[in-house]
Ligand binder design. Structure first.
Ligand SMILES: [Fe+2]
Length: 453
């Protein structure tokens, strides 16, 4: 009698799950992807000869010797090695894209500032010519700090490519749709999504639906990472599976082309005869990624008071001082407000960190008027701020039943370094001269009477 059990019959998944064709889920995963079958070597990185006559090349996003849990690199298998994608460099000027340190002696950065949306220009602007620096912080040469930008893009880059050796770019669209055709694949991006383009990655930006406007945080320092959740545990806030990295895509196209390089705060151009987006297959953990902000699961107080705004951190870029970020990216999205006997909007405060905010859509609860979609505000290091009179009186007298804060999505780029305004931010952008007056009407209520509220 045969006592051997019959093998179980397993049912195999037929196709990827979910609506994200063309992307792989995960944050910082070790991905592998190939646009042609057999293009990716298996079991090794550097075969004597790569399939299809491809060149093997490593892109290192961290030092070779970075600790294992921080080490990031990607192996690319490409039509030409990257040394063919640059030639001699010539300096060019992109006068609106500034890098720290950039301290204009004619500009006062000490103040509470707010801007209306920067309007689009009459002339066509690309990702490069349409970048408008609002603030800079730290020092690009020592790789600390950041810059904040507004982009105004109406024209696609044609046979033109870019990479920043200075920074990774966190992109927050507010209007229009853009395509980022990168060496490692294609990211399509729309409002309520964000993307991170790593330092050194070559790409081209096309307008899918214009005009396009949004915000950019240029991170000179260590890469953005997910914050530790502490006692919150393994779930909520930004979940790893909701980050999407594109599958491999390449173009084999010969055409006179320009590559622009941002390096040590300066811009350079080099001419080549083909597209540098020629990576047929790759594997590794240094790659572009996008994330849908609508998948962010906010955590908050469920009885009284509310936690510090850091409870809404989506991504954090460390500074080397534990718990003190080079940059935190913080999201204020729709959520339930349920705290009892509590002043529910953000409280009045002064902060050692410098807070730059942008409105993606809707109404922000601490400023019901004046902070509009596409607009920005800056509350610099140790400058007090908080709700305006309308918000204060409303929240102080509100019926505190459970209330859903709807039609709202704003964010903050918060850095440990003071943010310096550019001349564009101070003189050309639509600065609201009367912003500081939003606190003028706040009354002194104290008259020494106990029990008065
Ligand atoms: Fe604040």
């Amino acid at each position: 009698m045969n006592t051997q059990a019959k093998p179980h019959s397993l049912t195999t998944a037929a196709s990827p799950v979910g609506p994200h064709q063309g992307y792989m889920p995960g944050f910082g995963n070790d991905f592998e992807t190939e646009a042609l079958p057999g293009a990716l070597p298996q079991g090794m990185n550097s075969p004597q000869k790569c399939n299809y006559g491809l060149y093997g090349e490593q892109l290192s996003g961290t030092a070779f010797t970075a600790p294992s849990h921080q080490n990031e690199r990607t192996w690319c298998y490409r039509i030409r090695p990257s040394v063919k994608h640059t030639h001699r460099f010539a300096k060019i000027d992109l006068p609106y894209w500034k890098s720290a340190p950039h301290i204009d002696p004619d500009v006062i950065s000490l103040g509470q500032y707010r801007w209306d949306p920067v309007p689009h220009a009459d002339e066509p602007l690309t990702w490069l010519t349409g970048m408008r620096t609002m603030t800079t912080a730290g020092d690009v040469n020592t790789q600390v700090g950041m810059a904040s930008h507004i982009y105004l893009v109406t024209a696609s880059m044609q046979d033109a490519y870019f990479f920043s050796a200075d920074s990774e770019l966190l992109i927050v669209p507010q209007e229009g749709r853009l395509r980022f055709a990168t060496e490692l694949g294609v990211i399509d991006l729309e409002p309520q999504e964000i993307a991170i383009i790593p330092r050194g990655l070559v790409y081209r930006v096309e307008v899918l639906d214009g005009p396009a406007r949004g915000f950019v945080c240029e991170n000179y320092g260590q890469k953005f990472d997910l914050p530790g959740r502490g006692p919150i545990g393994a779930n909520c806030m930004a979940n790893r599976r909701d980050f999407k990295t594109p599958v491999a895509a390449f173009e084999d196209r010969d055409a006179p082309s320009t590559v622009t390089v941002k390096w040590a705060g300066q811009f350079h151009e080099t001419k080549i005869g083909h597209s540098p987006l020629d990576v047929v297959a790759w594997h590794g953990n240094y790659a572009p990624v996008k994330y849908d902000l609508r998948t962010y699961c906010p955590v908050g107080s469920i009885l009284f008071d509310h936690p510090d705004p850091s409870i809404f951190t989506v991504l954090t870029a460390p500074s080397g001082v534990e718990g003190t970020a080079n940059i935190d990216f913080v999201l204020f999205r729709d959520r339930w407000m349920v705290a009892e006997d509590t002043f529910r909007p953000p409280w009045y405060h002064k902060n050692v960190m410098s807070e730059l905010m942008g409105n993606i859509y809707g109404i922000y609860d601490a400023k019901p008027k004046g902070f509009v979609p596409g607009g920005m505000s800056l509350h610099n290091m140790m400058l007090p701020h908080g709700p305006d009179k309308t918000a204060f009186e409303g929240a102080s007298n509100a019926d505190l039943s459970a209330e859903k804060l709807e039609d709202t999505m704003s964010f903050m780029f918060e850095t440990r370094f003071p943010q310096h305004l550019t001349a564009f931010a101070a003189k050309e952008a639509p600065l609201q001269d009367d912003y500081i007056d939003c606190w003028t009407d706040l009354e002194k209520k104290f008259d020494g009477t106990p029990g008065k509220k």
